[in-house]
Design a binder for this molecule. Sequence first.
Ligand SMILES: O=C(O)CCC(=O)C(=O)O
Ligand SMILES: [Fe+2]
Length: 441
Amino acid sequence: RLFLPPPSATVPDVVAERLEPIQRKAAATATQAPPEPPQEMLVEVEEDLENAAQDYLVDLKQEINDALRDRNETSMVTILNHYGPRSEDAWLASLLMQALRDLLPGMFGAELGFLVMTMAYSEIRAAPVWHALADAAVEAALLETHPRTITEMAFGFAWVQWQQPDLFALLQVAMSSCTKTATDEQKRVFAWACTRVGQPAKTFGKPSFKVEKDIASKLWDRFKGLPSRAKEVKALKMDPVPLLMMPEAVPVMHCDALVKLANDQNLWVQSSELMATHLGGEMFVSARNSSTAVLSWHSNPSVKAVRSWAAQTLDVPESFIAPLQLVRYTEGQQIGSHMDWHDERDAGLWVFGQRMATMLVYLSTVPKGSGGETHFGSLGVSVQPQKGSAILWPNVNDIGSPEKRTIHSGRPVEGKKVKYAMNIWIYGRKQPDDSWIRWPR
Ligand SMILES: O=C(O)CCC(=O)C(=O)O
Ligand SMILES: [Fe+2]
């Protein structure tokens, strides 16, 4: 025996005498079951709960129907976010599931397309919901010949990566029967969706990774002419490719406001990625370990000011400019050598086209000797980040093909400095309307 038994408790007699009736009473009540509530009362409570849930379901179905009828995206997204699988209460999600099961069989294609798209907006990724939607969509696609509906369905399923082969095969059949009435944007969105789920639509072939010749040559003329037209523009290089510099282009107030916007909205995403870019059998690989933040807030005054300045500088429509992208590098972080154009296999080419020029604005200063330079290897130019100054260059040549000579990197930042920069990407065509579809970037 390793342990000694505990000493038996000895209680003085007087205390024991007074304790005894209390202990007896306690022992008696301990074995007693709690009193049963009267049977009728329980049934009533259960019925009340069931009625409440039924009422809730009826209201929910009514709300969904109203939102579908009016194509009210805001209202639909609000409903979905409240009841969706990410909501706090699991039973709300099961209520939504029940409502959809009841409603789906009676839905027309147009309603279903809208529902699928808003589901995608709400980032609802729960498999049972998409299963039910896909089953309904397969049926609808057999009857549907409205390109917008088919496009919205394809968009929604592609957004959540729902790769059901029979679904996309059917959507493609449905689309091929109405390509004549489809708008250019609908065709592009549809082709994007099919490419994204790995089932490229044969009807549409491959997307072009070039920029239209006229647009590219006009851009090159602008680049070549800028330094003599505006004294605030310096040429760091003219031959063989223009690389321009605009010191103090963006007021410090805007630089700070943009970084603050990204901080306040928690937009920073750590990007530790290997980027591989394919072009005509060649592959370019580069690594980045910085953070990025995409600013889709077009109504923010600083965002607005910067977008309009960029469009004026390069004489392009503002609609050619992608949402601004901020980059942040802390000690040791960098981006390897790369070109800014999209890979020729990138699904995004269908909807965005190609990035034809870059304007890079520095939002903080990194002193000489602390790294962080933007380095153009084949042009032999290095630029030290100076808050508010911008550099700009084309990513395609003067006939619109991807340009390799503007290959560049962001050198590692040394010491405690933080480098902030902003990519303003100018595309060769109008960007899709954000009010219809929020695009992943
Ligand atoms: O940070 C830099 O200096 C370059 C950034 C860049 O090239 C990019 O984000 O594509
Ligand atoms: Fe770049």
